[in-house]
Design a protein around this ligand. Structure first.
Ligand SMILES: [Cu+2]
Length: 182
């Protein structure tokens, strides 16, 4: 019994450490978004202005354009090209049907489908890449990401404290159960 309790001490401590590590890794994770998913893809039906509203893009994130290469393509354009649905002075063009774009820096990127009439039908997307929330703590306590991370870290610290208390209890028990330690 005592031996079993002593064996559990490092397990409890490892669990507490793992929780701490998870909290630190959460803020740095880069995300990959499939354009239009889950309700659509890179197609003629999806409202991309609406889709981007549900996302926050940070440097390091990626977006994937998934589509049939027989029906569409992906052209990165300037703001003027985006507004005028012109791919004449494009920045890049791809047509694999699964084009991955790395959002490497803060700024705005513009993409459209270069096939005739598709952009005019709404097949274009504007992606705003903004500074990650964790990199700019500041006094903005009321902002969404800051308050959500604060609320999620509170119960975790309770769990960690609980793990430490449990570990201490186990150590006490282990000591009491071994008579030659007295
Ligand atoms: Cu198209």
């Amino acid at each position: 019994m005592a031996r079993m309790a002593r064996a559990l001490v490092p397990v409890a401590m490892a669990a507490a450490l793992l929780l701490v590590a998870t909290v630190f890794m959460e803020g740095a994770a880069a995300a990959t978004y499939t354009v239009g998913a889950p309700d659509g893809l890179w197609d003629m039906q999806t409202d991309y202005a609406q889709w981007v509203k549900t996302k926050t893009f940070h440097p390091g994130d990626k977006i994937t354009f998934t589509y049939s290469a027989e029906l569409h393509d992906v052209v990165e354009v300037s703001r003027a090209g985006y507004e005028g649905c012109s791919s004449a002075n494009n920045i890049s063009a791809s047509r694999t049907g699964n084009d991955v774009v790395a959002l490497t820096a803060v700024g705005t990127r513009y993409f459209l489908c270069g096939l005739t009439g598709h952009c005019d039908s709404g097949m274009k997307i504007r992606v705003d890449v903004v500074v990650a929330a964790s990199a700019a703590p500041g006094p903005a306590a009321a902002s969404g990401p800051a308050s959500s991370s604060a609320s999620s870290s509170a119960p975790l610290s309770c769990i960690i404290a609980g793990g430490v208390v449990a570990a201490l209890h186990l150590m006490q028990h282990a000591v009491v159960a071994r008579p030659f330690w007295w």
